[in-house]
Design a protein around this ligand. Structure first.
Ligand code: FE2
Length: 291
């Protein structure tokens, strides 16, 4: 597996594991952008990440940050910091990492699926969407240039069982926030407390162009559910998504709108692809074959 030469993606922070994945004093090998790396746990919240050379020797050490239940590193010189997600610092939140799920597709397909409400009724039937209420109402998207993020605002969807804490069907309000090509999150109104939002993240570890690990840390307002119940719910949803994601073709993401026609429900996908195109990304992008 070759290491990508795409400097744009190399300069991003990406997840390379979840905090607690190995006990103190132990390490594991993993891959980002085709580069093998070794992640060693040195202390309670202290990790060292190093490149593994082709001959198996340990190479240069990489920057590392532990945030939002995940371990982040970078092979380049990040042009953007890790995002600030204030909900994770609120004292009464349930902070839950949900481990990782392997998905064989491009990282941007995973981000796009997270942004897509149109599939709720068909893929997460009777949970995140009802079979007789499939419409995606119009919503707004914007590129926040000060932080270079894509936001989707005023999203609404009828959900029969929006979370483990919900007692029945509800109109759920969503705000989506794409924080980097490999990280996205949503704010979702809390059942029974309209003033607050649950924060649910998706961090993608791009191992190769069509091979990823996905991490889903959450900061929830929920005093009722057990951690096991929340993890089971979230992983159940994501495993339904994985089936769809791994069957999408092409697995690489086309940025040319003549290859995949967008619809009105795809406004966030259109904004996301335009943003990726402006960054001039090469890694994980589908290039139309010359006729
Ligand atoms: Fe889904």
């Amino acid at each position: 597996m070759a290491v990508t030469t795409d400097q744009v993606v190399l300069n991003e922070w990406v997840a390379c594991g979840w905090h607690g994945q190995v006990p103190m004093g132990q390490s594991y090998d993993t891959v980002i952008f085709g580069q093998e790396i070794c992640v060693s746990r040195k202390g309670a919240e202290e990790y060292e990440v190093a490149v593994i050379e082709e001959n198996g020797a340990t190479g240069r050490t990489l920057p590392v940050q532990v945030r939002y239940t995940c371990i982040f590193t970078t092979l380049g010189n990040p042009t953007r910091p890790l995002p600030v997600i204030a909900e994770f610092d609120e004292d009464d939140r349930r902070i839950i990492g949900c481990g990782s799920v392997g998905v064989r597709t491009s990282p941007y397909r995973i981000i796009e699926n997270f942004l897509d409400m149109a599939h709720f009724s068909f893929v997460h039937t009777n949970v995140l969407g009802a079979p007789d209420q499939t419409e995606v109402l119009a919503y707004k998207t914007e590129h926040r240039k000060d932080v270079d993020e894509i936001w989707a605002l005023d999203c609404k969807f009828y959900q029969p069982a929006a979370s483990t804490a919900s007692a029945g069907g509800q109109m759920t309000d969503y705000v989506y926030r794409v924080m980097s090509p490999f990280s996205v999150m949503l704010y979702k109104n809390v059942f029974g407390d309209p003033a607050r939002n649950d924060a649910i993240c998706l961090f993608v570890q791009p191992m190769a162009e069509t091979e990823c690990l996905a991490y889903m840390p959450m900061a929830l307002v929920d005093e009722i559910s057990t951690p096991e119940g929340i993890i089971d719910f979230q992983q159940g949803i994501f495993l339904q998504d994985r089936i769809i994601l791994e069957n999408q073709r092409p697995t690489l993401l086309p940025l040319d709108p003549t290859i995949e026609l967008p619809t009105r429900a795809d406004a966030s996908s259109i904004a996301f692809r335009r943003w990726l195109k402006a960054m001039n990304l090469q890694f994980g992008i589908y290039e139309k074959q010359a006729a």
